[in-house]
Design a protein around this ligand. Structure first.
Ligand code: RTP
Ligand code: MG
Length: 147
């Protein structure tokens, strides 16, 4: 089953949005495969956002994502990578539709509440970067046949 890496960013943790965000993915019908509250190191931040190294906002991005604890998660389900991106909304909250996480809870592009893998390749890379095999659980839910 497809897996993705999602993370409540420091602004979402500070604003007490962990529960709200977990609830949205649970109610949608996806399964949580792993989760932890953690402080991202400078090295992990630079690696995670490596694709943006040459962008003018890279320094701010690394400073922000290391500015406080994040809630890292792995979610599992059919088409979870693309569907989670839709549920998050556009990168800039000003462009994100109402009903999406960024559309409902964020204002600025630099503080947009949640991260989500943007492709199967990034999902695999990011899950491996943040989680050990032993931290992930695969299980059947009896509700699965209703989704
Ligand atoms: P993310 O990686 O955090 O899930 O966000 P994303 O895919 O929607 O956007 P991406 O292009 O990967 O950019 C990563 C994060 O960089 C910040 N950003 N700032 N100042 C700017 O113009 C700018 N552009 C992007 C955002 O916080 C974005 O989530
Ligand atoms: Mg991205």
């Amino acid at each position: 089953m497809e897996k993705t890496f999602l993370m409540v960013k420091p602004d979402g943790v500070q604003r007490n949005l962990i529960g709200e965000i977990v609830t949205r993915f649970e109610k949608k019908g996806f399964s949580l495969a792993g989760a932890k509250l953690m402080q991202i190191s400078d090295e992990l931040a630079q690696n995670h956002y490596g694709e943006h190294k040459e962008r003018p906002f890279f320094g701010e991005l690394v400073d922000f994502i290391t500015s406080g604890p994040v809630f890292a998660m792995v979610w599992e389900g059919e088409n979870v990578i693309a569907t989670a991106r839709n549920m998050m909304g556009k990168t800039n909250p000003a462009d994100a539709a109402s009903g999406t996480i960024r559309g409902d809870y964020a204002v600025q592009v630099g503080q947009n509440i949640i991260h989500g893998s943007d492709s199967p390749e990034s999902a695999e890379r990011e899950i491996a970067l943040f989680f050990n095999e032993e931290e992930l659980v695969s299980y059947e839910k009896t509700i699965s046949k209703w989704i």
